[in-house]
Design a protein around this ligand. Structure first.
Ligand code: PMT
Length: 399
């Protein structure tokens, strides 16, 4: 049975915390509750005691068990902590480390994953200080459960309502499911480097050669790996996508920069996934000044870039290598050739001639080609779902 510590702070939404306690216990969680003094202006400890069937904590100095320090033991006991409702005041105290009551002392003395469900007046919520304080907590790894919009006790109809108890329970359920998946995943704790996006090969100060890769496929794989507890390094060319929180982000421009970023880190990786669309050619020389218009045609000479995947295939020790193949015809045959030529363990092919998948689309359709001759076809779907399927297929085979 998972153990939840619920911290109730002083806002009118405290009445919802009684329902939350009830829903959590009905779902099968063991719940202990602590209340600030202000919370007790709205709800009584007795209500929480009756529903949780546990002692309710309100006073740091009421040490009933001489064998432990209550505000330390309580945080250690819990598998997860929920602060609901979380007032602007408690959020502010937490962001600077104030510990002046049972709730804030316990929260400061714990490393247990903590969920924060704010509830307050919309202006308090939007206030720069509150936003700043919430950002500090988010950056420190607190999980925020965004408040909804609706009728607020102050009369405004706006953002600031504490999320409904049922929705909070489902967030907590999902969290524990994700934790379970991490703990049983073969990727948990493994170092995986993913490449994504295009490379940009400069001709002169204003012109370049690149391709239409959006980075979505590689980012989706990196995110799916994060969800399974891998230590992810994401080497990416220029994209419009946001950095993945928790992943080590390396931003590069050219094929040469991507090569160096990958090569420098290769030794420490357990797996490399090369979803980037790396340019095969780069201008033989980079002009210092903008190329002037002239009469007649223009020829630009290109030279080959390093084939990064091939280099990795030639230098791998124990690393598992996953490459991609972007083809417009004879997809399977070319993918098989790449598997051999680049000494990869898997090549994932996609038909990039189909404009509804592949480059710069939210969808893709893939075939995984394994070294033992096996093929796994993954039907058209969202890149995020496909990333999960790819990892499911790799989960047991890659080691
Ligand atoms: O970024 P999106 O918009 O989401 O699009 C996804 C994608 C179509 C880019 C992706 O699914 C994909 O197919 N990536 C590989 C693109 C590619 O460069 O394929 P390729 O067949 O040219 O190269 C084969 C493999 O060698 C790839 O793993 C590639 O990363 C690697 N390579 C290629 C050239 C080079 N110089 N170095 C390399 O490592």
């Amino acid at each position: 049975m998972k153990k939840i510590l619920l911290a109730v702070t002083g806002g009118i939404a405290a009445y919802k915390a009684i329902d939350l306690t009830s829903k959590l216990t009905q779902t099968g969680y063991e719940v202990r509750v602590m209340l600030t003094e202000n919370a007790q202006q709205f709800v009584t400890p007795l209500a929480f005691q009756a529903i949780s069937r546990n002692v309710v904590y309100t006073n740091t100095f009421l040490e009933e068990n001489p064998h432990e320090i209550q505000h330390v033991a309580l945080g250690d006991w819990a598998d997860a902590i929920i602060i609901a409702p979380a007032t602007a005041n408690t959020i502010a105290k937490l962001s600077v480390g104030i510990a002046d009551d049972m709730v804030t002392s316990t929260l400061l003395a714990t490393e247990t994953p903590t969920f924060v469900a704010p509830a307050m007046n919309v202006h308090m919520y939007n206030n720069k200080r509150t936003q700043h304080n919430m950002k500090i907590l988010k950056d420190d790894g607190y999980h925020f459960i965004e408040p909804g919009s609706g009728y607020l006790a102050c009369g405004y109809v706006a953002k600031g309502r504490m999320e409904e108890p049922l929705a909070i329970v489902s967030i907590i359920d999902d969290y524990f499911k994700a934790q379970q998946r991490i703990s049983t995943s073969s990727f948990n704790g493994k170092n995986v480097l993913v490449t994504a996006g295009p490379t940009v090969e400069v001709i002169d100060p204003v012109r370049f050669v690149s391709n239409r890769s959006s980075g979505k496929m590689g980012f989706a794989i990196a995110q799916a790996l994060m969800n399974r507890g891998a230590n992810v390094t994401l080497v990416t060319g220029p994209t419009q996508l946001e950095d993945i929180p928790g992943a080590k982000m390396i931003h590069v421009q050219s094929a040469q920069e991507m090569f160096e970023a990958v090569k420098d880190r290769f030794e420490h990786q357990d797996m490399v996934v090369k979803a980037a669309a790396v340019s095969d050619y780069t201008p033989s020389e980079v002009l210092e000044h903008k190329l002037k218009k002239q009469d007649g045609d223009l020829s630009v000479t290109f030279k080959r870039t390093v084939d990064i995947l091939k280099y990795l295939g030639e230098h791998k020790t124990s690393q598992f290598l996953v490459g991609f193949a972007a083809e417009t015809k004879d997809v399977d045959a070319y993918a098989e050739q790449k598997l051999q030529k680049k000494n990869a363990d898997v090549i994932i092919s996609n038909n990039v001639g189909d404009q509804t998948i592949g480059f710069n689309s939210d969808d893709n359709e893939l075939t995984m080609h394994f070294k033992d001759g096996q093929h796994i076809y993954i039907k058209k779907g969202r890149k995020s779902d496909l990333a999960t399927r790819i990892l499911d297929e790799l989960e047991t085979r890659w080691q």
